[in-house]
Write a protein that binds this ligand. Structure first.
Ligand SMILES: [Fe+2]
Length: 390
């Protein structure tokens, strides 16, 4: 049995209608003036923003809304937002939205108590020394799991890189998970964020750093996604599916916050930064190709994934059961409309070297169950582009 430490410092409030408790949660953390970070488009016009304001007002908490976060937030967005936050004089930060506003809010809150630009922390020139302002997250998608993780992904548009930064002090204090907020998510966003959650669960379950508690969280996340993602895509008003997908995303977040991610994210980051492919779509495309290549490192765990996705693996060899997990992921992707190849997402065949050059530097790459070299990554990316047959 593996030795491990498991620390889950985020308070989770999971309920239909939980969003109405935001005022009390702010007060409980000593907040008197909140700075609410959200997206530029969908969440900015969300009717729930009014409910949040009302709850804060009733609790006597002032609020300033900052609706300036784009998808895949950039260094400039975060540095500008951190400056506005500083001048606002807020004592608590609320993130309302998908992974992008949550990650941006984490970075902005951290910069309130640490000097410099977010770029300094991405490039390792400075270390996150002090805890930032307290942060409460209200996710409006079921995918990133960012409401319970220490990590944020920031895009350097100059160098076309997406870089993750992670520090325990960036972990949110409270996650308010309210499935009602997910009902208006369109099918395509439900699909791409849901497959991102599945990628988190599968990468963390098979990771070198996995432990028994992260395994339990990830396996349950995989079961729930196998059962409910199609339903959530088919009918956004299916509250049983929405609730279980919100739970799955949360469980996968808890899992990968402890066990880490691997090559799928390592490859999806340059695909996103260089070609604008959405995070979940990039992960969804790469997931079966990476699983197929890495499965021989641990047939048992890949067989577990097949069973968790509802496949009957009884009587199968370990190799066949692992292959069944790959087939199950391919079928799920196809049903929910995630492209099969990178080519179908607009990535040109000439991109292989640039993708591999970036992916090989991913700090979590050694966490993949199969230890991957640049040559291995080239084979995987060529297969995903449809250049080389599996
Ligand atoms: Fe992700």
């Amino acid at each position: 049995m593996k030795d491990f430490v498991f620390n889950m410092p985020t308070k989770v409030v999971f309920a239909v209608g939980a969003v109405n408790g935001i005022g009390q949660e702010c007060r409980a953390l000593g907040g008197t003036k909140a700075f609410l970070v959200t997206g530029r488009t969908a969440t900015r016009n969300s009717p729930y923003l009014g409910q949040i304001e009302k709850s804060l007002q009733e609790a006597g908490v002032a609020v300033q809304i900052y609706a300036e976060i784009e998808a895949d937030p950039s260094v400039g967005t975060i540095d500008r937002g951190a400056a506005v936050l500083k001048s606002a004089g807020a004592d608590i930060v609320i993130a309302f939205g998908g992974g992008s506003p949550i990650d941006a809010a984490k970075a902005m809150a951290m910069l309130q108590k640490n000097e410099g630009s977010i770029l300094d922390y991405m490039r390792g020139r400075r270390q996150t020394a002090n805890a930032g302002l307290p942060l409460i997250c209200i996710p409006t998608t079921a995918g990133s799991g960012s409401e319970v993780t220490a990590a944020a992904v920031v895009t350097d548009r100059g160098s076309k890189e997406k870089i993750g930064i992670s520090h325990g002090s960036m972990t949110p204090k409270v996650a308010i998970v309210d499935p009602v907020l997910h009902v208006s998510m369109p099918p395509a966003v439900t699909a791409s964020t849901g497959i991102d959650a599945l990628t988190h669960a599968i990468e963390a379950y098979t990771a070198v750093q996995a432990n028994p508690l992260s395994d339990a969280a990830c396996l349950q996340a995989i079961r729930l996604i196998g059962k409910y993602l199609r339903r959530a895509v088919a009918n956004g008003k299916d509250m049983e599916a929405r609730g279980n997908m919100a739970l799955a995303s949360l469980l996968a977040g808890i899992g990968f916050n402890h066990a880490g991610l691997g090559a799928v994210h390592g490859i999806a980051h340059p695909i996103g930064a260089q070609f604008g492919v959405a995070h979940g779509v990039g992960n969804g495309i790469m997931l079966p190709y990476v699983m197929e290549y890495c499965a021989m490192a641990d047939y048992t765990k890949f067989g577990d994934i097949a069973a968790a996705l509802g496949e009957n693996i009884s009587g199968m060899s370990g190799r066949d059961a692992a292959q069944q997990a790959v087939s199950a992921v391919r079928a799920l992707k196809q049903d929910i409309g995630i492209p099969e190849t990178l080519a179908a997402a607009g990535v040109p065949p000439t991109a292989v070297d640039a993708i591999v050059r970036d992916a090989i530097t991913y700090r979590r790459l050694p966490n993949s169950p199969r230890q991957l070299t640049g040559e291995d990554l080239t084979v995987i990316v060529e297969r995903a582009l449809g250049i080389k047959k599996v």
